[in-house]
Design a protein around this ligand. Structure first.
Ligand code: ADP
Length: 260
């Protein structure tokens, strides 16, 4: 019988984290960071202490969406994450860089090492839900991250272009190979609802999400429209104050095995 070897690293000795959820996508630009942020906000609204580990080191967009101005606090004991206005703990490379417009041009091993440190050296106090904004794709970097952090499950974000469905399959297969449970799929930017007539337009054509979900026997957790207000909220650092209920059902699923 095949034995599973666990390479995962231990979190900081002062960290207490109940549930870790990785947000992945087959490629960049599908809204992975946005979904990560919105999940943290939705669970926070339900009264949980939530956290975001921004593992998308070369394209960190989480601090901006939350309008974070302070940096992370580096102490002898460990690194303290920054806290958002509604109390979400956040760690990102941009909270360590002097100048957050500096590009991160590191190679894979350094990126993976940094993410590992966000897990081992950051003090994550009493976190009910941690959401990890994973590096995009199914290459070396996300693979190494999955090996070093014990995630309880993953959410796959997709957008409805035909080409992307093949990429989704890759993400599903990666999770299956690594024995990580797939919580489900989130489809982003599937349609646009006209604010004047309420009619829905499928900008990228017909969605294939249901077929993919069926093929791999996973659930579709949410379907998000293209919403210019959402983009503006991200841009202004106001994602916490955006009103939307797309993730209400999904939060119930996540809640099932975490106590308040
Ligand atoms: P990824 O993390 O997959 O690279 P992001 O979450 O950073 O993608 O999203 C890419 C851009 O698209 C961001 O500027 C974001 O604000 C915008 N965006 C994502 N989803 C939506 C949506 N449903 N409606 C409007 N804008 C969106």
């Amino acid at each position: 019988k095949e034995q599973k070897v666990d390479f995962s690293e231990k979190p900081h000795e002062l960290s207490r984290i109940k549930k870790v959820i990785g947000i992945v996508s087959g490629k960049g630009g599908v809204g992975k960071s946005l979904v990560t942020s919105m999940l943290a906000v939705a669970t926070r609204k339900r009264g949980y202490h939530t956290a975001i580990l921004d593992a998308d080191v070369t394209g960190p967009s989480i601090p901006k969406a939350f309008g974070l101005n302070e940096k992370a606090e580096v102490t002898d004991l460990g690194i303290y994450p920054a806290r958002s206005q509604t109390g979400i703990d956040i760690m990102s490379i941009n909270l360590l860089l002097e100048n957050d417009t500096d590009p991160v041009v590191w190679r894979g091993p350094l990126i993976a090492g940094t993410v590992k440190q966000f897990w081992t050296d950051v003090i994550w106090s009493d976190v009910d839900f941690m959401f990890i904004d994973m590096p995009p794709g199914t290459g070396d970097v996300p693979l190494t991250v999955f090996q070093s952090i014990a995630v309880d499950g993953i959410v796959i974000v997709t957008s409805p272009q035909e080409l992307v469905s093949m990429i989704v399959s890759k993400a599903v297969n990666m999770a299956k190979k690594m024995n990580i449970p797939i919580i489900g799929l989130v489809e982003n930017m599937g349609y646009f609802k006209c604010p004047d007539c309420d009619k829905e337009y499928k900008i990228f054509g017909e969605s294939h999400i249901e077929q993919i979900a069926q093929k791999y026997n996973v659930d579709v957790l949410a379907k998000l429209p293209i919403d210019p207000k959402l983009a503006v909220a991200c841009d202004r650092g106001m994602i916490e104050f955006y009103e939307g209920d797309w993730f209400d059902n999904m939060v119930k699923i996540l809640e099932e095995d975490v106590e308040k």
